[in-house]
Design a binder for this molecule. Structure first.
Ligand code: G3P
Ligand code: MG
Length: 245
């Protein structure tokens, strides 16, 4: 592949087709040809890093209440199929289980720390230690909506890349990104304002990876703008669009 080609990163795994943030979603993302996989991590009440997006359980599992109030054993008893037919009984994975699946594949691994609502003290250290224990630092991108957490990650990252993740419109996100010392910006798709925006970010030294880019039109536009990667729930569509389909 052309070294400048836009990379395709699976958002919460192949989450259009399999329950988000579960092992089947990650396996399917690899099978569909993703070059990167993104997922979200939090801590169980007894300190296991678990892979789940919401701070609460109701949307994606048959449980209720907060992730942080349940032990890993309790979380494990929940069904995380999130209504996907054919996936009954799939469970919330631990970070270690996900890294085990992704390690042999060679894909880039974007671990998003979900610590802006529940602060999860020590999550940064624990994530970095888990990544190091798999020898994966060089393939990992760490991101979080919490700027405080990005700052904490700075001296810890151990060779992993840091990314600036944000939700509000920013005309020059490369400025806070430079101040935070990260290597990439992860803007919401609506805030990728044009090819010039992407070029300026890249000229300032930052990779640009918008989320979430699913429809063919948006995919084509982001490819035209030359973003470094797209986060997508539909890896298969993105692969087809990129190859001219
Ligand atoms: O990391 C990109 C994207 O996942 C950020 O938003 O809410 O889907 O975790 P969210
Ligand atoms: Mg995420």
């Amino acid at each position: 592949m052309d070294e400048h080609a836009t990379r395709i990163w699976a958002h919460r795994g192949a989450s259009a087709y399999a329950p988000e943030n579960t092992l089947p979603a990650f396996e399917l993302a690899l099978a569909q040809g993703a070059e990167g996989v993104e997922f979200d991590v939090q801590l169980s009440a007894d300190g296991t890093i678990v892979v789940i997006h919401d701070e609460t359980l109701a949307r994606t599992t048959d449980g209720t209440g907060n992730v942080c109030d349940h032990t890993f054993a309790q979380l494990r008893r929940l069904d995380a199929c999130a209504g996907h037919v054919g996936f009954r009984g799939v469970t919330i994975p631990s970070l270690d289980e996900v890294l085990e699946v992704l390690e042999p594949s060679g894909v880039t691994i974007n671990i998003e720390l979900k610590n802006s609502e529940v602060p999860y003290p020590g999550l940064e250290e624990q994530v970095v230690a888990a990544v190091a224990s798999f020898g994966l630092a060089g393939r990992v991108v760490l991101s979080t909506f919490s700027e405080q957490s990005v700052r904490r990650l700075g001296p810890l990252a151990g060779g992993s890349e840091l990314a600036f993740l944000y939700t509000d419109p920013r005309l020059r996100p490369w400025r806070p990104a430079a101040e935070l010392g990260v290597a990439a910006i992860h803007p919401p798709l609506p805030y990728v304002f044009g090819a010039g925006f992407v070029r300026r970010a890249q000229a300032a030294g930052f990779a640009v990876r918008p989320w979430v880019v699913d429809g063919e039109r948006s995919l084509r536009r982001m490819l035209r703008y030359g973003v470094d990667a797209v986060f997508t729930n539909t890896v298969d569509v993105a692969v087809a669009v990129r190859s001219g389909g």
